[in-house]
Design a protein around this ligand. Sequence first.
Ligand SMILES: C[S@@+](CC[C@H](N)C(=O)[O-])C[C@H]1O[C@@H](n2cnc3c(N)ncnc32)[C@H](O)[C@@H]1O
Length: 207
Amino acid sequence: MSSLNLDSLEGLRIFIVKSSTARTVGDFGLKCLAGESGRLDVICSCIIAAFKLRNGIRRNVLFYAVLEGPPRPPITFEIRGWEVHDVPTSEVEVAKVIRDLLNVDTVCDPRYPGYYKYRMSFRDLVLALKSRGVTPVYLHEGGIDIARAFLPKRVAFIIGDHIGLPVEDERFLDKLGVQRVSLGPRIYLSWFCVALINMYLDGLWVV
Ligand SMILES: C[S@@+](CC[C@H](N)C(=O)[O-])C[C@H]1O[C@@H](n2cnc3c(N)ncnc32)[C@H](O)[C@@H]1O
């Protein structure tokens, strides 16, 4: 379960959200999700914001959730909007899907079409996408205003968790020359950044 397995990345809206704390085995309860899962709830709210519409699912979204918390990092989940049957509306239900997938040894699971699991780190994911012609950009409040930034056709938006990206990952992105793009000077929650990007790319947010 170590390599991406996609035929084409054409026309996709790609998000990468990295959690440095989310648990990498499915041993957590769902009642106290935030505390027991190492803030997997942050990832779950991003998944909902990435895919859910009032009456359906955004089929053109490709979402990567990178979990690098204890005890067995890294795990990267790939969620393909064009394959999933459903994305739940509640964080707890999304967390149940992730927990079920953490508890199997396979890349995919017939119960959850469109969800894939790889033993892949954040950095390897970024490099793998780059080698497929995708340009990563790092969402950061101090970056270039999104209205003035050049967004290439094949772009992946990188977003940190409740803590933000670790300094070592920021250095890694800087060394790769990854552009920092800002949604404004205020610091927003991760899921809100996902929603803002979706709105922006929908053309509804005129700046
Ligand atoms: C809750 S914020 C991280 C907060 C962290 N404690 C900090 O002070 O950096 C989660 C992520 O959302 C993104 N983000 C938040 N506000 C943003 C903004 N105004 N523009 C671009 N990205 C933003 C960043 O990727 C950040 O890592």
